[in-house]
Each structure stands twice: as C-alpha cells, then as structure tokens.
Design a protein around this ligand. Structure first.
Ligand SMILES: *Cc1c(COP(=O)(O)O)cnc(C)c1O
Length: 352
C-alpha cells in the first residue's frame, strides 16, 4: 500500500500467474506450455531478424501477420486484430466490447483473469455455475446481459463445448458480444471462426502461446466482424501503437505457416494426453474429458494440495487452484512423454 497510488489501484485484485521457477531441471507441468519448443523455421527467422533493423519501430498495424492469419482462416484482413499475447487482446476486448449497463456473463469455473479485467475496467459481471460435470449449459445464458465470454475448451477443466452448441448460443444471444477464448482449440475442439461471417456479434480469440509453442514471444489475435475489430483498434491505438515487436511479427508469421511442425507436435500432445489419462485412471484418479493440452484430475483418497506438495518435493510442479469448488483438483499440463511417465511413476509411489 502506498499513498502515491491512484485510488483505483488500491482496489485492484491482480491475476496470479502459475509459478515460473528460477530453479532449472524441474518438470514444469503447471502453466500449459508446449513441451516441444517452437518450429525450427521460427527460430531461423528470429536469428535472421535480430539485426540492425531493430532500431526501427515495427509496423504498428502488423499487416504481414494479419494477412497471414486471414489467409490461414480464409477471412479478410479487416476481420483480424493482433495483440501482445491473447491476454492483451482480452484486456482490450473487456474494455472496448464488454463494458455495458447489463452484467457480463461467464462461468463460475473459468480463466481466472476474467474477473481481474472486470475489476480493472469496472465491469459489472455475473458468474453462471457449470453443471456437476463441469459442462456449460447454454440455456443458463438466456438472460439479459452486456456480453458473454468463456474459453472453449474451458480452463482449467479442459471440457469443450460443441460447435453446434456455440451456434445455438449465438442464435439465442444476438444483442451483445459473445467472445470465445480459443486458447486451447487446436488440441481437439471445434473452432467457431467458421461462424464469424454469419454472426456479427461473435469474437473468437486465439493465441500462439500453446499449440504454437510461443508463450515467450507474446502473440495473440482476435477474429470477428470488421466493426468489432475496429472497436479493438480504437482501444489499442489509445493504449500502445506497437504492441508487437518486429521479432513477434516475423516469428508469428513463420509459426502459422509451418503446418507440418504444428500437426506433428499437437498430435504428439494429444496422444500423450490419452496415455497419461489412462495411466492416472489406473491409479484411481478421476479425470475430466479434456480437449486441451492439460488434464484436470482428482483422487478420491488424497487431498489435492497435499498431492501437489508431494510432487513438488520430487521436482514436479502442477497447478492447484484455491477455489472451493475445485480445490480437490489438480491441473496437469501435458508434457513430453518422458515427463508424463515420470509424473505417473511419482504418483504411483504416492497413491499406489
Ligand atoms: C493461456 C491462456 C490465455 C493467454 O494466453 P497468452 O496469449 O499467452 O496471453 C488466454 N486465455 C486462456 C483461457 C488461457 O489459458
């Protein structure tokens, strides 16, 4: 606390990211990073770009990256917005599209940054409980609102919502913006990008942090009707003209263009997810069906926080959330096969 702070800063309740330990050789299964590293083509271009041109500002409009995304999804450039990680895209979306007189709706169990942005931008919100299976019931969202946002697949549960249900929600909710945060969509979900031409109130947000293994480069983007995009551009150009550096723009383009590497690595992660789920089920864990690069698990005989502490003693970090409805669960990121085998062995020695 400091009396130098603006009054609003006293009231903030900042997001707490998963631990990024300084200590090396930990098995890090706590922040949903990709175990395989970026495409070699991305690394090549970054070496090439790390030169004298860094004295120059980047393109404030990131046209090259927008064109690349537009081409990939077969949409127009004016349907694409890019930002410094999807967290920044989300922040501009909350401020620019989701602050209205009626409450913003999102699930009770969801990405814990959403209530933080509501606090930052003073947005009135209401949480809607997921059902007992942690599924989102679209009928619960059929009420007056100033916007709707949720991740698909959801975080931290990994549970997905079918494209058919996303479309039913859009049919039922035409007067406010519906934001689908598709941070994990490439690991088995169905993207709603295909719907943006038919629903002018739909905004789809994606990131290169997870399936493209570029969490450290900070590239996120949104796709939707040009009116939504130009609203986001107004906010962005009132905040930071150059959110993406020259390296982020070039690296992002190279990542999106390397389909082969993308397919190989995401398929490996999906296969490892299946294997790890089977192995943990054998040990008595209950595992929610996951379409993401993590699984959400609990063991009826062991306290989740205690389990996470036991794993930590064996140099494995997983994520535990201190929220009453999910405090018996652990969120485990899908690592490489050897990392997941190590996790299985350690869990076996604890619960086996
Ligand atoms: C990881 C994550 C993000 C943020 O991704 P960045 O692009 O790295 O900022 C956004 N939404 C959800 C649900 C996430 O899990």
């Amino acid at each position: 606390m400091s009396h130098f702070w603006s009054e609003s800063v006293h009231k903030l309740n900042p997001y707490v990211p998963g631990e990024q330990p300084k200590q090396q050789n930990l098995t890090k299964l706590n922040t949903n990073e990709n175990p395989y590293g970026p495409s070699p083509k991305v690394l090549d271009i970054l070496h090439h770009e790390a030169g004298n041109d860094l004295r120059l500002y980047p393109d404030p409009n990131c046209d090259e990256l927008k064109s690349c995304i537009a081409e990939y999804y077969n949409i127009n450039n004016d349907q694409v917005f890019v930002g410094n990680g999807s967290d920044e895209v989300l922040a501009h979306t909350f401020q620019g599209l989701l602050k209205h007189n009626k409450p913003l709706l999102f699930p009770d169990i969801t990405y814990s940054f959403y209530p933080v942005y509501c606090g930052l931008y003073d947005i009135h919100h209401q949480t809607i409980p997921l059902n007992a299976e942690f599924e989102l019931n679209i009928a619960d969202y059929n009420q007056p609102n100033g916007g709707i946002i949720f991740p698909n697949p959801n975080a931290p549960t990994g549970v997905g919502l079918s494209l058919q249900k996303v479309e039913a929600l859009l049919k039922q909710n035409t007067d406010s913006v519906v934001v689908i945060d598709e941070a994990y969509i490439d690991f088995g979900g169905e993207s709603a990008v295909a719907l943006i031409n038919r629903y002018p109130n739909l905004l789809v947000i994606q990131t290169l942090s997870k399936s493209r293994s570029l969490a450290g480069l900070r590239v996120g983007f949104a796709m939707g009707h040009p009116d939504l995009i130009s609203g986001l551009e107004r906010v962005k150009n009132s905040f930071n003209s150059y959110p993406l550096g020259r390296l982020a723009i070039k690296g992002g383009v190279a990542a999106i263009q390397d389909d082969e590497y993308f397919d190989t690595t995401r398929n490996k992660i999906i296969n490892t997810r299946t294997l790890l789920s089977q192995n943990l089920a054998t040990l008595g864990f209950e595992i929610l069906p996951s379409q993401a690069n993590f699984i959400f698990v609990k063991h009826p005989g062991y306290d989740a926080l205690t389990l996470s502490q036991e794993l930590r003693k064996e140099s494995i970090i997983v994520r535990h959330f201190n929220h009453s409805r999910i405090n018996q669960y652990l969120r485990i990121s899908i690592g490489s096969e050897p990392e997941c085998a190590q996790l299985r062995d350690v869990l076996q020695s604890i619960v086996g």
